[in-house]
Every structure is written in structure tokens, then in C-alpha cells.
Design a protein around this ligand. Structure first.
Ligand SMILES: C[S@@+](CC[C@H](N)C(=O)[O-])C[C@H]1O[C@@H](n2cnc3c(N)ncnc32)[C@H](O)[C@@H]1O
Length: 448
């Protein structure tokens, strides 16, 4: 096991700006992003450190909203992404599809804008309307007959107060109008623009980094925002119009790579740059819940649960009675001791909520899931493939320190990976403990 004091620091970028999207990187990346994501310059750093060129293949098995795939695409490096959250999978897919012809997009945007204006006016919804002459669209606009609504099952899974009635009505109208567009790729592009609008403009949500409810906005202008956001996307696409599609995103569970990747890729993946979830109390489905439900990626509790079942067990909201991932790390005394320490603290502190009783199980299932991931990944790696796993140390469970990169390194070593280094990416201030904790990059090499 590599101890924390063997870590090396990798760049001089200040902590505060280190995880931020830099302006030069914003095309495509900014279309829709996760607070939980890492920045494109991190991907650049490891592509260059590992000397990856367009003759190699890169995989991000936990690709989120596509930072690694988009950055590889920009560098013309063939790549794959795997993601279990349907909203994030959709975002990564749209962001890496360069096959849309940008010439039709302005016309379709004109159709959406005029149709939305007609519909908003019909239902007496105020907004600041763009000048119609802005668009030269020949497509006849439509006015909806009624305001679409969510089903009672959908409403149940949106946390209370995440969006107010009027902004919701406007967003649902825009969604119905976008669905009138015949071309699926064009529809998807504007749907992603709408996803971004829901989070950044229409909803009452903030991220800190956990998603939280902000004071309600009873009404908000959305149309001009949607248009300028979509125009930016169209512009980005036009700038990349000679791009070839070299990315494939798969909606799957990375604990079983053979179920996600085609067997023709056996022995062919040269590089992994990724950030799996960390063992803490972050529910990754909650961060994307509002837009996932409004856009129809999750219809009800059952679908939410089935999506959670495909995720690594990293928080108490996605632990299930039949979970068995812990079995794979029962020989690891370091993981077992840590889990026992958490459970002993819970007992001594008289904490007995259902969630708190899960904490020690999360640690075991989390590393068990990562064991399965690294084991199933190995046959797909080329000899000497290089891997970078960005993982944060954690203290969410009764302030017990979890050295995530060290423990993951131990698991990887048992599977025949060589640990090259654990590099410090940045430190984060944990308010609950008033301590700075490390976010590291575990660097591995595949050995045969
Ligand atoms: C830290 S985020 C990755 C963010 C990404 N690097 C970015 O920049 O957007 C981890 C991602 O792993 C996904 N995930 C969790 N368990 C998974 C699994 N078993 N298979 C595939 N994806 C999974 C989560 O849904 C989440 O999007």
C-alpha cells in the first residue's frame, strides 16, 4: 500500500481554480456539466503524460457528462465511455456526436422559438420574447392545445420545491415542441440545451457540491436563455464540422465491462482516464434528478431504483438487500478494519438510523464493486496500458478517514496491476471536520 506521504503534487494550478472549466475549454464541454465532474485540463495532462496519440484507444468507464470522451474527441483520439446514469449517458452521447449538419439547426431553432412564443401567449405565460425577425425559418410554427404535465409518479420522485409551477409549465411546453422535430439527432441536441436550462435557469436548485433547494423563483424568463444557449451549441458544432465520430458511449454498469464493450476490443484499450464515485453520502441520481424526470429519462420509482442498481454502491441511498459486492474484498483486512471502525463508532455514538447502519456496508460494497470493475476491465487492456483514477479521500461516515486511493491501489495490486504513483490532484476543505482532505490520482499500469 502506498502511504499518503509518498504522494507527489502534479501541477502548480491553485486549488481554487484547479477543478474549474477554463474558458478555452468551454466549447462542447459547457453544453451540460456535472459539478461532480473533473475539468478537461486534467484529461489533457494525463493524455500527455501517458503519451496517448490518435493511434491509441481511451476508455472512461465512469464517464459522467463526458469530459474524457469530449477531450479525446477534440484531440482525434478514438475513445469509449460507459455511464449508468441515463441523463449523464445522454449528455455524453450528444456531446460526442459530430455527425449533425449544423446548417439545419438555426431553422429548427427558429421553429422552436416561434412555436414556444405562440404557445406561451396562448396560455398567458409571460416571458421576454425574442424578435421574430431574428430567425429565418420556413417551418410553420405550432401552438400547443394544452399545457403538458408530469405524471403523479414523476412528481413523486422530484424533490419538493426543486422547480416552481410556471417555469415547469414553460419547460414542458418547450419539451413538447422539441419533440415535434423529426430528426432524432437534432431533437437530442435541443433536448440537451433544455436540460442545461432546467438546471441553470428554470429550477430552484444549487450545488454545494451536493444539490440543494434554493429560494423559489415563482417565474423566470427562459426563452432568450434557451436561444442563446442553443446558438452557442450550434456555433461549437460549426467549428467542429469536419470532425469524424470517433467516440462511442455505452449505457451500462462498469462492474461488468464484458457486458458493455464488444469482444473485438479485448486487449485494445491503451488508457483509462476516469473518476468513479467516492464512498460518501452523495446520491448521484439526485444531482441530475430534476432534468432526468422532466425530460423522461426516469418515469417512476421503479425506474429510479433499477438505475441505482447499476451504480457502484457509494452511498446509503443505493444499498440493496441482495447486494453481494462486499464478498469480493472480504480478504482485505484494511477494508474490513475500516468498515468495523465505522460500525463501532456508530454503536458508541448511539446512532441508529437506517442510513447510519448502512455506512460500514457502503465501504465494503464500494471497494467490492471497484474490485469487480478492475477485474472485468483487465482483459480489455493492452499490455502496459496506463490508468488514471481520480478519487477523493473521504470522512463522511462518523469522520472516519477513508484513504480511497490507497485502498483502491491495494485492490488493483491484488489483481495484477502495477501501482505507478498516487499523485495529489487538489485538497478540499471538509466543513464537517474543518480539515483539508486529498483528492488524488491513482496511476496504474497493466501488467501481463
Ligand atoms: C465522479 S462522476 C464522473 C464525472 C466525469 N468524470 C465528468 O467529468 O463528468 C462518476 C460517474 O460514475 C457513474 N457511475 C456510478 N456507478 C457506475 C457504474 N457501475 N457503471 C457506470 N457508471 C457508473 C455515475 O453515474 C457518475 O456519473
Amino acid at each position: 500500500m502506498i502511504s499518503a506521504n509518498t504522494q507527489t503534487s502534479i501541477t502548480n494550478i491553485e486549488n481554487g481554480t484547479k477543478n474549474k472549466l477554463q474558458t478555452a475549454d468551454s466549447p462542447i464541454h459547457s453544453w451540460y456539466q456535472f459539478v461532480l465532474g473533473y475539468p478537461p485540463h486534467l484529461v489533457q495532462q494525463y493524455l500527455s503524460k501517458f503519451e496517448i496519440t490518435r493511434h491509441n484507444i481511451v476508455l472512461d468507464p465512469f464517464c459522467g457528462t463526458g469530459t474524457t470522451p469530449v477531450e479525446c474527441m477534440k484531440c482525434h483520439i478514438p475513445n469509449y465511455g460507459i455511464e449508468a446514469n441515463r441523463m449523464a449517458f445522454f449528455a455524453s452521447t450528444v456531446k460526442t456526436d459530430l455527425s449533425i449538419d449544423p446548417s439545419f439547426l438555426s431553422e429548427e431553432l427558429g421553429f422552436i422559438s416561434k412555436s414556444a412564443e405562440l404557445s406561451f401567449k396562448r396560455f398567458k405565460l409571460n416571458d421576454s420574447f425574442p424578435l421574430i425577425s431574428e430567425f429565418d425559418s420556413n417551418k410553420k410554427p405550432v401552438a400547443l392545445d394544452e399545457i403538458p404535465s408530469l405524471t403523479p409518479e414523476q412528481i413523486k420522485i422530484i424533490p419538493a420545491g426543486f422547480i416552481s409551477d410556471k417555469p415547469l409549465q414553460k419547460v414542458l411546453i418547450l419539451k413538447a415542441i422539441i419533440n415535434e422535430i423529426e430528426d432524432k439527432k437534432i431533437r437530442n441536441l435541443f433536448t440537451l440545451s433544455l436540460a442545461s436550462l432546467i438546471v441553470r435557469r428554470a429550477g430552484n436548485v444549487g450545488f454545494g457540491p451536493e444539490v440543494y433547494r434554493k429560494p423559489a423563483k415563482p417565474d423566470v424568463d427562459i426563452l432568450n436563455y434557451f436561444i442563446s444557449n442553443s446558438n452557442q451549441m450550434i456555433q461549437d458544432l460549426a467549428n467542429f464540422k469536419n470532425g469524424r465520430n470517433i467516440t462511442q458511449i455505452i449505457n451500462g454498469d462498469s462492474r461488468n465491462i464484458a457486458n458493455c464493450l464488444d469482444s473485438t476490443l479485448l486487449g485494445k484499450i491503451d488508457c483509462i482516464i476516469t473518476s468513479p464515485p467516492y464512498p460518501n453520502e452523495k446520491d448521484y441520481t439526485r444531482s441530475t434528478r430534476l432534468e432526468s424526470v422532466i425530460l423522461g429519462f426516469i418515469q417512476d420509482k421503479k425506474e429510479l431504483r433499477s438505475m441505482k442498481e447499476n451504480l457502484l454502491r457509494s452511498n446509503s441511498r443505493n444499498i440493496f438487500i441482495n447486494d453481494k459486492d462486499s464478498e469480493y474484498v472480504k480478504e482485505f483486512s484494511s477494508i474490513g478494519n475500516l468498515a468495523n471502525e465505522i460500525e463501532e463508532k456508530r454503536i458508541s455514538l448511539n446512532k441508529d438510523s437506517g442510513f447510519e447502519k448502512m455506512y460500514h456496508k457502503i465501504v465494503r460494497h464500494y471497494f467490492g464493486g471497484m474490485y469487480l470493475h478492475l477485474k472485468s476491465l483487465k482483459p480489455f487492456l493492452s499490455p502496459n496500458a496506463k490508468l488514471a483514477y481520480v478519487v477523493g479521500d473521504q470522512m463522511s461516515f462518523f469522520q472516519t478517514y477513508i484513504p480511497t486511493a490507497d485502498l483502491l491501489g491495494e485492490v488493483a495490486k491484488s489483481l495484477g496491476y502495477h501501482i505507478i504513483d498516487i499523485e495529489l490532484w487538489r485538497t478540499r476543505y471538509a466543513t464537517a471536520t474543518s480539515r483539508r482532505i486529498n483528492e488524488n490520482v491513482l496511476i496504474l499500469e497493466n501488467t501481463r
